[in-house]
Write a protein that binds this ligand. Structure first.
Ligand code: ZN
Ligand code: ZN
Ligand code: FE
Length: 756
């Protein structure tokens, strides 16, 4: 039988994840001759084979592909005949273009865990890794991805590691961070006046201290964590005090998936994601068996599984099967990555500090997600996900999108790829702003990025907008584009789903500057990628107090009530007014009456704040979005009723608030009222979308904005819209909060370029 020459093109995330050696070994097994090459848009393979073999080969590629790769498509076609005598890995031709892929960090694989039990040079070695697993992004300083350009550079490979590294049939072939007991990095522990370096002794101390309810600072993959027994109430309470009395829920790490089921209700999809190589934190329905102050009154618990070899070693020794593992920082600062800073910061605060001597070059937080309608929704995209590119349909080359302010990620464009940064955080924090600037420099260098178009939020005071302004001044040849916040939210979602047409865009969130100078956030757009039309919105109410408005939900409650019912309503509202300091209430009402420094908002976030406060749940928020989160947390899911509302020129909640007040006065349970309010919001979306469809004929609805992190609301809205013939698109891999906005900005920038 004659052999033909075939060309296979594999697209997806197939670079920097050991894909070429994998193809090499597989080709050898198939006895194929030819070559494999990295291209900037995937991997190219040329082989001499019969069609049947090609089909079989393709099937095996899909089946056996490296853990962290994700194949989008394999195409093959006949090529001009060429006879090969061997199979080889071809040197990349367009080397400047091939530097666009950096793999995210990958959780330790099963084979490596096995090696830690059986390989002489890796017994209990906590930095064991291979081609399929281990640190990546966190240790990379520059590209191409070679050991010398990572923080592993200072560790010289021993002969054993070297032979594994150079053997194409070895699992550690070209695994840049390859290491063992003899040559690799090591952990050390500071405990009282002791400095311990033997791994087994370290594990003993960790186990002892944890059992005693002590708090340990431990260096993770992308930054330091603080750790304590998650079923020990005193330990967790002490940790809260240590973290400046933080009231946000803490994430926990469970020994394994079976253990996790003890602490939370977990569906099979959720279990799969928990155990995936990305190992994100998932918010899961708590079974309330953790120390109460772990979740601090919320119905969900943030759970993750071990992802570093050290985590596994620790759980082997620990008596408890669940520990709090929260970021090692105080309040809004970025997590600590440097050993010096950790020793300085934690020294007199924790009972022991565990560190290791490999540097973290790129800070990454644990990623966070939640399942809604059986799909993973990332709320924080960081470890395991960044900096994997999002493939777009546009030329994004040279576009820098600055992101938002409070939950910041930025985005740069390379070819047709959008490279979202890891979660950066709140730019108002000085250290975080530094982190933002450093990360931009890193991405610029790493991805050989030259800014041509700079995109920023319209809000002039966002530090990301100011950074964009400065960048534009620095490179006057660049184009500077300012985009509307909610348009960017919706386009972010459209980009995720490859939409490029007119859609019904619905954005619900806390704060975003509108083009009439008011603060928007309950928005219904008819929009495409380039422009939008505001179809309708939540009725404006007046608020006062800048940042205090979101930090003090009672202000939104007073604003709504005053707006709809006037001052007299407060005379008969003791259940609410007695919870607020009367002089504050008086003063705030005075401000509203006199219209002194007030501004208009149509924000969904503030509406949810108002209801949460009115129900007595949260008057002063201890953390961002606490009021809406607690409101969602108490929902009685059996309830299907709604409150009345009015849709005319805009959307009025006057009747809804009347209903809520009546229900409270009649002693109706808050869990019921909360459900009715959520149902009302979902009904408003449906009714408004129907009006928009009637008028425009558009039936595709795109949902985005931080309010859609609310699982109950998102699920309900999606289901109702689908049942009514709409095609619904919501965010999955890209956060619907402001952490996803940079992708939308980037695409708007790409679309604008066509017009420049
Ligand atoms: Zn491995
Ligand atoms: Zn070694
Ligand atoms: Fe937003």
């Amino acid at each position: 039988m004659s052999q033909t020459t075939y060309l296979l093109k594999i697209t997806g995330l197939v670079q920097g994840v050991g894909f070429r050696p994998f193809i090499y070994v597989l080709a050898e097994q198939f006895d194929l001759k030819g070559w494999v090459e990295n291209r900037n848009d995937g991997v190219l393979i040329k082989i001499n084979a019969e069609k049947e073999t090609v089909l079989h080969f393709t099937k095996e590629i899909k089946k056996q592909a490296p853990l962290a790769s994700s194949i989008k498509n394999i195409q093959f076609s006949k090529a001009e005949d060429e006879l090969f005598t061997e199979f080889r890995i071809k040197k990349s031709e367009s080397s400047s273009e091939t530097v666009t892929e950096v793999s995210p960090d990958i959780a330790v694989c099963d084979a490596c865990l096995e090696d830690m039990k059986s390989q002489k040079h890796r017994i209990n070695y906590p930095f064991t890794n291979c081609t399929n697993c281990g640190p990546r992004f966190t240790i990379i300083k520059d590209l191409p991805y070679d050991r010398e350009k990572t923080t592993m550079a200072e560790f010289e490979m021993c002969d054993t590691c070297k032979s594994e590294y150079t053997d194409i049939y070895d699992r550690r072939f070209h695994a840049q961070p390859v290491a063992c007991n003899t040559c690799g990095p090591n952990y050390s522990l500071y405990y009282k006046c002791n400095y311990i370096t033997k791994i087994n002794d370290i594990l003993d101390v960790i186990s002892y201290l944890t059992e005693e309810g002590k708090i340990i600072a431990i260096k993770g993959l992308g930054g330091y964590h603080l750790m304590c027994d998650a079923v020990n109430e005193d330990a967790v309470t002490n940790l809260r005090i240590l973290k400046n009395r933080e009231s946000k829920a803490f994430a926990v790490m469970c020994k394994d998936a079976e253990t996790a089921k003890k602490y939370a209700e977990i569906s099979s999809e959720e279990e799969k994601t928990l155990s995936s190589w990305q190992r994100p934190i998932l918010l899961l329905k708590s079974k309330h068996k953790l120390a109460l102050s772990v979740t601090n009154g919320l119905s969900n618990a943030g759970i993750m599984l071990p992802y570093m070899p050290m985590h596994y070693l620790i759980f082997e020794k620990l008596k408890t099967d669940v520990v709090v593992l929260t970021s090692g920082n105080f309040t809004d600062e970025p997590i600590i990555t440097s050993n010096e800073e950790a020793l300085k910061t934690f020294d007199d605060k924790v009972d022991a500090i565990i560190t290791y001597n490999r540097k973290i070059h790129n800070r990454t937080d644990d990623s966070v997600g939640i399942f809604a309608n059986k799909k993973l929704r990332l709320l924080r995209r960081s470890r395991g996900f960044a900096p994997s590119p999002i493939i777009t349909d546009f030329n994004t080359e040279g576009i820098f999108a600055g992101g938002s302010e409070f939950v910041n990620c930025f985005c740069i464009g390379k070819g047709n790829q959008a490279l979202m940064s890891q979660h950066i955080g709140d730019l108002k924090n000085f250290e975080t702003l530094d982190f933002y600037k450093e990360s931009y420099e890193l991405y610029k260098r790493l991805f050989r990025f030259k800014p041509k178009i700079i995109v920023a939020d319209m809000h002039p005071d966002y530090l990301s907008s100011k950074f964009a302004d400065d960048l534009h001044k620095q490179f006057p040849e660049t184009e500077l584009i300012k985009v509307q916040h909610h348009h960017a939210h919706i386009v972010s979602c459209m980009a995720e789903h490859g939409l490029n047409e007119k859609v019904i865009g619905i954005a619900f969130d806390g704060v975003g500057l509108g083009d009439d100078g008011s603060i928007w956030g309950g928005e219904f757009f008819i929009n495409d990628l380039a422009s939008y039309e505001r179809f309708t919105h939540f009725e404006y109410i007046k608020v006062a107090g800048g940042d205090a408005v979101s930090k003090e939900p009672w202000r939104s409650a007073v604003s709504y009530l005053y707006h709809y019912f006037g001052e007299t309503v407060f005379e008969d509202l003791n259940f609410f007014t007695e919870k607020i300091e009367s002089k504050n209430l008086k003063m705030y009402l005075q401000i509203l009456k006199n219209n002194f420094n007030t501004y208009r908002i149509s924000s969904a976030g503030r509406l949810f704040d108002a209801v949460s406060s009115l129900l007595g749940l949260v008057h002063l928020a201890g953390y961002h979005a606490e009021a809406p989160m607690r409101l969602e947390s108490i929902i009685d899911e059996q309830i299907t009723e709604t409150y009345d509302f009015e849709i005319s020129d805009n959307i009025s909640f006057k009747k809804s608030f009347s209903g809520i007040i009546n229900d409270i006065k009649n002693g109706i349970k808050t869990s019921l009222i909360s459900a009715k309010f959520h149902n009302t919001s979902a009904e408003i979306v449906l009714q408004t979308a129907k009006k928009m469809r009637e008028k425009t004929g558009i039936h595709k609805v795109v949902l985005s904005g931080g309010t859609f992190q609310n699982k109950y609301l998102l699920t309900k809205v999606e289901n109702q819209l689908s049942e009514n013939g709409f095609k619904v698109f919501s965010q999955e891999q890209i956060p619907s909060n402001d952490g996803g906005i940079a992708l939308g900005q980037l695409i708007i920038g790409a679309k604008m370029r066509d017009k420049i």
